[in-house]
Design a protein around this ligand. Structure first.
Ligand SMILES: C[C@H](O)[C@H](O)[C@H]1CNc2nc(N)[nH]c(=O)c2N1
Ligand SMILES: N[C@@H](Cc1ccccc1)C(=O)O
Ligand SMILES: [Fe+2]
Length: 290
């Protein structure tokens, strides 16, 4: 299990710039660390055709992530910049919310500059370079998703006037991290938290346990989530255009206020207005809690 204190700080650590970035120092990764990347990459990429969204698979291809080893950002960024104008920057670990939003608003994605150990193969508490780069960066090569992430960062900066962090974090969680999308072949994964996890990539699509519900912005922003295990609930978008349209063209200020006047929605509840794609048994979560 990751020790959060290793990477979480209140102020930029000594080696970091005021925006919390550090040099990737790609040369410093050891052979064992590159081998860990290769092991994770091989396991995920074997499983994801037919599971990951078209946009994600295209991103892997466009960015040449199949090249062995932890990507060198000098090369990765030249491809990513050419695709959508985004870049990846290295950070020591989780950064404060305002710093995170500011990076996104400027089309920079902060990636943790360490890789999990063999003991953390299947679960770690803090995003490492595999989650951040393999999980997030392929979608940033998609022009529509690229605009969504920038708009999210801008929305985050703006939200500070409204005490709305929790609502905005739920939107991030249920889209960027754990989103599903409907495609011609069926449901597909685009969320980074799923796509970088072997077990959840199977669970999110195949298990009878979780609910799968059509995406509804206000509903998502009220829905609690869990950070310590598989999701009990996934929200399904029809397209990336739908996601971008509804978020960019909605003024969140009145929505924050109307949502704040309502109670949060418990994780696994299904509401009368929901478009239920799968009504989950919740067997997995119930077995764990008993
Ligand atoms: C919503 C909120 O901003 C979010 O939890 C942020 C906080 N800081 C972060 N910092 C890093 N490096 N990566 C992240 O994904 C996040 N997430
Ligand atoms: N439209 C939102 C900003 C936003 C865009 C996209 C995603 C999230 C938030 C606002 O009014 O603040
Ligand atoms: Fe993430």
């Amino acid at each position: 299990m990751a020790n959060p204190e290793t990477h979480v700080h209140d102020t930029p650590p000594p080696a970091a710039a005021p925006d919390w970035t550090i040099a990737q120092n790609w040369e410093a990764f050891t052979a064992a660390e590159h081998a860990m990347w290769d092991r994770l990459f091989a396991r995920q990429s074997a499983m994801l055709p037919g599971r990951a969204s078209e946009a994600f698979l295209r991103g892997i291809d466009v960015l040449k992530l199949e090249n062995p080893g932890i990507p060198d950002y000098r090369e990765l960024n030249s491809r990513l910049m050419a695709a959508t104008g985004w870049q990846v920057v290295a950070v020591p670990g989780l950064v404060p919310d305002d710093v995170f939003f500011d990076h996104l608003a400027n089309r920079r994605f902060p990636a943790g500059n360490f890789i999990r150990t063999p003991e953390q193969l299947d679960y770690l508490q803090e995003p490492d370079v595999f989650h951040d780069v393999f999980g997030h960066v392929p979608m940033l090569a998609d022009p529509v998703f690229a605009d969504y992430m920038q708009a999210y960062g801008e929305g985050g900066l703006r939200s500070q006037k409204f005490d709305a962090l929790k609502q905005l974090a739920r939107l991030y969680w249920y889209t960027v991290e754990f989103g599903l999308i409907r495609e011609a072949g069926g449901l597909r994964i685009y969320g980074a938290g799923i796509v970088s996890s072997y077990a959840e990539s199977l669970f999110a699509l195949d298990s009878d346990s979780p609910n799968r519900i059509g995406f509804d912005l206000a509903r998502v922003m009220r829905t609690d989530y869990r950070i310590d295990d598989f999701q009990q609930n996934y929200f399904v978008i029809d397209s990336l255009d739908q996601l971008l349209d509804v978020t960019v063209n909605t003024d969140f200020a009145p929505l924050y206020a109307s949502n704040a006047a309502l109670p949060p929605i418990p994780i696994a509840d299904i509401l009368p207005g929901d478009e239920v794609i799968t009504r989950g048994t919740q067997d997995y979560a119930l077995a764990k809690s008993s």
